[in-house]
Ligand binder design. Structure first.
Ligand code: ADP
Length: 588
């Protein structure tokens, strides 16, 4: 529509200007021609004609003579008696004496040129605004005074202009019609590719890159279409790359063990990975920076940081130790803050355990050392000490040194097991035989304490297993030994065993002091004893079950207390019959 309107406006204004120019040109040409004719006839070139007119006018029948001369020159003056006429006026009165149009003579107006002629001058001023052209020349004889007045009512030029106007209007109409048609066709050829391009752009905007737009021409629009197709291709590639990058990051965030929480500039959460939700254990979606970490570092301070600066903080939440690193990242709505959460609970617990362990070792060694020192000092300082008493003291010293040796040996064993240096000698051996030899070894001690040792297994039915026999016997010895130790004299200790498809088990049941439920997990901790005094009294180090568990775990088995009716304790050991790795390098 715009194009058509512009064309119409253009054609109309062009035709109007051309028409106006033509019509003005024709009028001025006509006027110029009139005055050229007049001056050509009466002016300098033909001064003789003017002289002849004067001499004729001076004659007796002057008026008639002048009239005849004018009639003779009518052709040169362009007088046609219709639009252009001549009149001969009396110079003094201004009355029309004769003329080529007798009727029009009465309507003559006193024009400026006529007035000039009456004053004796030639009236040859042209006036383009007037609707007539006139020329007046005075002819003075001795006593006669005529004015020759030529008057043109411009009908000829008006007719011509009217015709021209009609032609221009017709040409305008035809031109408009043609231009409407042409501009319509032109706009069609221009807008069709633009419409196609628009459709394509809309498809691309909606994310559909499947169809490239066909290039139909090599003009600017063709170039634009090609460029657009290239741009869409680059955009598709870039989007695919961004998508892959985002998927990678998503997967990373989803599966990484560290928590990641991203906050927008106003503190709202924009991203939170599962690890972070698990660590913070709260409805993270409805929380913001202030409700989570306000106490650690103000958000405004973090937002003012510039990469690669960061802030580290630590917090204790839900019995977990979490180390947090804060760093700013750029976002559209101002810089946001990223928090990376690292769960250091296990590390902390390990540190605490290590400290506790060192404290325990020192304590365990200090007690016997103090004893040794005080008895040795007593022996040194007392000269009259009876021999038996001295022997008794020396026995205590030997006992305490044995105890220390025991502790140090146990610690060594544990350290070897921990570091994996303790090689297990994996061999096939009958499980039943091992139990039987342990039972036989402790039988005497049990008897001494008045215990009844019940063997509730059938050696023949127990299978061969693969394992380090010596170490497994050490485990059994420890468990049965504990049962003997922690059961008041005269108790009953039952050792039972059996096998399944891939496992063997052994249970040691006693009716002794039992282990409180809350200590079940802790008895395997190093140096942990439920009843410290009793354990020490019976020569225990608090390391036996720790070593036992390490050995059983290295065999791929389990060890632990199980539910027990009545008083006492039941410890159950399970072991795989055949280990996956025969080399003895199996680690839990
Ligand atoms: P200890 O050298 O002190 O016996 P252990 O590691 O063998 O060390 O055992 C750890 C603790 O577990 C013991 O001090 C004891 O308090 C408890 N315990 C182990 N076995 C029994 C049991 N059969 N009855 C009661 N308490 C037991």
């Amino acid at each position: 529509m715009k194009l058509v309107l512009i064309m119409l406006l253009l054609i109309t204004s062009l035709m109007t200007i051309v028409g106006a120019f033509l019509m003005t040109s024709i009028t001025s040409f006509y006027i110029d021609q009139f005055y050229e004719q007049m001056s050509g006839t009466f002016g300098n070139d033909r001064a003789s004609f003017y002289q002849a007119l004067r001499s004729e006018a001076a004659g007796e029948d002057g008026l008639q003579r002048v009239r005849q001369m004018l009639e003779a020159n009518a052709g040169a003056l362009g007088i046609d008696a219709r639009s252009r006429n001549y009149y001969i006026l009396d110079g003094n009165s201004g009355a029309v004496l004769t003329g080529s149009d007798e009727e029009g003579a009465g309507q003559l107006v006193q024009t400026a040129n006529l007035m000039a002629a009456r004053n004796g001058e030639v009236g040859d001023d042209s006036d383009i605004t007037a609707n007539y052209m006139d020329f007046a020349i005075p002819i003075k004889g001795d006593d006669s005074f005529f004015i020759i007045y030529i008057y043109d009512n411009r009908d000829a030029v008006s007719d011509l202009n009217a015709q021209l106007f009609m032609i221009i209007v017709q040409a305008l109409l035809v031109g408009l019609l043609i231009s409407v048609l042409l501009s319509f066709l032109l706009s069609k050829t221009m807008t069709t590719p633009i419409e196609k391009l628009t459709e394509g752009a809309e498809r691309v905007a909606a994310g559909d890159f499947s169809n490239a737009i066909t290039v139909e021409s090599s003009d600017e629009i063709g170039v634009l279409t090609t460029t657009f197709n290239d741009m869409a291709a680059v955009l598709e590639e870039t989007l695919a790359a961004v998508e892959t990058e985002r998927n990678k990051l998503d997967t990373l965030f989803l599966h990484m063990t560290d928590g990641v929480v991203a906050f927008a500039g106003d503190g709202t959460i924009v991203h939170c990975n599962p690890a972070a939700s698990a660590m913070l254990e709260s409805a993270v979606e409805v929380m913001d920076y202030d409700s989570l970490f306000a106490g650690l570092c103000p958000l405004s301070e973090l937002r003012a940081l510039r990469r690669p600066d960061f802030r580290a903080a630590e917090m204790n939440i839900h019995e977990k130790y979490i180390e947090i690193y804060f760093a700013p990242f750029d976002q559209d709505s101002g810089s946001g803050v990223m928090a990376v959460l690292h769960d250091i609970t296990a590390q902390r617990k390990n540190e605490e355990m290590r400290k506790e362990f060192v404290a325990n070792v020192s304590h365990e060694l200090r007690t016997p050392l103090t004893n040794v020192r005080s008895y040795a000092e007593t022996i040194r300082d007392s000269y009259d000490i009876p021999r038996e008493m001295e022997n008794g003291f020396l026995d205590i010293i030997i006992g305490e040194t044995d105890r220390m040796t025991h502790i140090v040996q146990d610690l060594l064993t544990l350290s070897r097991l921990d570091s994996g240096r303790a090689e297990l000698k994996m061999l096939r051996f009958p499980f039943g035989d091992a139990i039987e030899s342990v039972c036989r070894a402790v039988e005497l001690e049990a008897q001494r304490r008045g215990h009844t040792l019940v063997r509730s297994y059938d050696i023949g039915e127990l299978p061969m297993i693969v394992g380090d026999r010596n170490r497994l016997e050490q485990v059994m010895m420890n468990v049965i030994g504990n049962a003997i130790k922690y059961t008041p004299d005269g108790g009953t200790i039952r050792v039972s065993a059996g096998s399944g498809a891939s496992k063997v088990w052994m249970e040691v049941l006693d009716n002794g002091i039992g282990i409180p439920r809350q200590d079940w997990n802790r008895i395997f901790d190093r140096f942990y004893r439920v009843d410290k005094a009793r354990s020490r009294e019976s020569g225990g180090t608090g390391l036996g079950l720790s070593i036992a568990r390490e050995i059983v775990l290295r065999h791929g088995g389990t060890i632990g207390p199980v539910e027990h009716e009545g008083k006492g304790t039941t410890i159950r050991i399970t072991l795989p019959i055949r280990q996956a790795a025969q080399a003895g390098e199996h680690h839990e």
